[in-house]
Write a protein of this length. Structure first.
Length: 233
């Protein structure tokens, strides 16, 4: 099979995986914007044979509105390894394929071990978002466990969401797989209310842009996890 054919199959398989939530996206998006922060069960069985990428990296560019909110509220942001903050503090990167658990689980999530610390000086509170999940279904988005000053608060909160159409709009082939260009993620009511409850100050505006996600999904790094170099189902 030619390299061009492999890249084409990679993109088609990834589009199929990401398109799964199309029929459920409207209901899921409405729930994520209205539900208060609650404790949810984070553990889920693997979804056998389904993964999106064995290797790669993702870059998150934070929005100007979120950065302005952080400055106004005196919040500093730190990355929790293996996430890495950009030198200018306006974004961060995270690895894809960093653990054995990064396949799609039965709750439609991909697990990442790193996270973020939001340090609020006025209240002396640190909100930690860890572990991290990128959700594929029923609603695409970014969710995470939550701890305050090291004390667990919730197993999982939907921090920001997007739509399948927006996620797929930027799909592009790359020399080693495919990438999604600047997928927008918007702050949920759940996340805004949580920050307000913890700090006693206004949370980020509901529906405002948290930032954009540009993941690079790689399948040909010089070695392969299986005889085929694209997602299996």
């Amino acid at each position: 099979m030619s390299m061009r054919a492999i890249r084409r199959l990679t993109v088609l398989a990834a589009v199929a995986a990401l398109a799964l939530p199309l029929g459920l996206a409207s209901a899921g998006a409405a729930d994520s914007k209205s539900a208060p922060a609650t404790i949810r069960t984070a553990a889920a069985d693997p979804f056998p044979g389904v993964y999106i990428s064995p290797w790669g990296d993702a870059q998150i560019e934070l929005s100007p509105e979120l950065l302005d909110w952080m400055r106004t509220e005196g919040i500093t942001l730190e990355a929790v390894s293996p996430f890495v903050m950009d030198a200018d503090g306006r974004g961060f990167s995270m690895p894809i394929g960093s653990t054995a658990g990064d396949g799609l689980d039965s709750q439609g999530r991909i697990f990442y071990p790193g996270g973020l610390n939001f340090r609020h000086a006025a209240s002396n509170k640190t909100v930690t978002l860890k572990p991290t999940y990128i959700r594929v279904m029923p609603t695409p988005g970014y969710s995470a466990g939550v701890a305050v000053n090291g004390v667990p608060l919730a197993d999982e909160v939907m921090v920001a969401d997007t739509t399948p159409a927006e996620a797929l709009l930027g799909a592009r082939p790359s020399p080693t797989g495919f990438r999604l260009e600047k997928v927008p993620f918007r702050i949920t009511a759940e996340a805004s209310e949580l920050f307000a409850a913890v700090t006693g100050r206004p949370g980020p505006r509901v529906g405002s842009l948290l930032g954009t996600l540009t993941p690079n999904f790689d399948y040909i790094p010089g070695r392969r996890p299986s005889p085929i170099g694209f997602p299996s189902f």
